[in-house]
Design a protein around this ligand. Sequence first.
Ligand code: EAX
Length: 325
Amino acid sequence: MHRALMIAMVMVLTIIFQTASAATTIKLAVVTKPGSAQNIVAERFKALLEAQSQGDIKIKIFHSGSRGNETDILTQIQKNIIQMGVITAGPFDSFDPIVRVLHYPFLFKDSQEADRILDGPLGDEILASLEESGFKGLCYSENGFRNLTNNSRPVQTPGDVKGLRIRVMESAVHKAIWRTLGANPMPMPWPIYTELKQGVVDGQENPLWVVEVYRFYEIQKYLTLTRHVYSPNIDVASLSWWKTLDPRTRELIQKCMVEAARFQRKDFRGKDAVWLKLLKEKGMLVQETPDIESFRAKVAGMKDMDLFRNPRVKAMLEKLIQATQ
Ligand code: EAX
């Protein structure tokens, strides 16, 4: 009797132990530091998913470059060493050139248009095409409209950009934009504070929150509201890992990520005016109304460039241009 009780207890304990250790831990990486767009999405996603999976799923967030730059992170996601990431669309370029179309200059006129396209069939088609390179694209969150900063001179027209060494993301289209505008684009991975501080480059381009969160106002004097590219972040999972999940788990992850992305977009859009004010207070000289029409005219012919030559990429670019007219 006593012995039977012991055996029963051991069995119960074994079941409890197995259930406890059955909680899956998902590794999710971002290159940026807390307070950044990517981190807001990651933290929100973690809170939602951990609560809604009733403790079955745990998220471990790696941030601030602790898993390397964004190309390194994407490579680890492909191999299922890391399961998920919130990654700037730029560095996807070397995995699938289709993402180039997202950075076409002056494509989206405002955030509403970006949402309409990205959350619609064309956005889905781009996410689906990432499967060929081993990524399950879940949704888009927001980096934001990108603006130029530099430490050499005020920029009002494309002429003012001539010869400036501008750090760009590792993306063929970003490089082409600044080359076309007459600058000297220098692709390099994030982060770039040291390069700016040491004068390896004269300037960079990013949404306002980046200039504030990464304290670029300390080392960059001039800010021009060029809004030349709308920059999404792509919220992805490892496709080989995704395939091992049951449909219910997939659905829950997808739902929580979409909700996290919506939350972050809304949060950041409300803050653009605040960031601009802060940057002015910190001494940046801001060109608020640059000659956008001249910038636009300079890059107008870019759709015929070789970097969009791939038929799949070209067809998508044409659809996007059509959908935004
Ligand atoms: O998200 O590399 C970049 O310029 C990104 O926009 C940066 O990581 C901020």
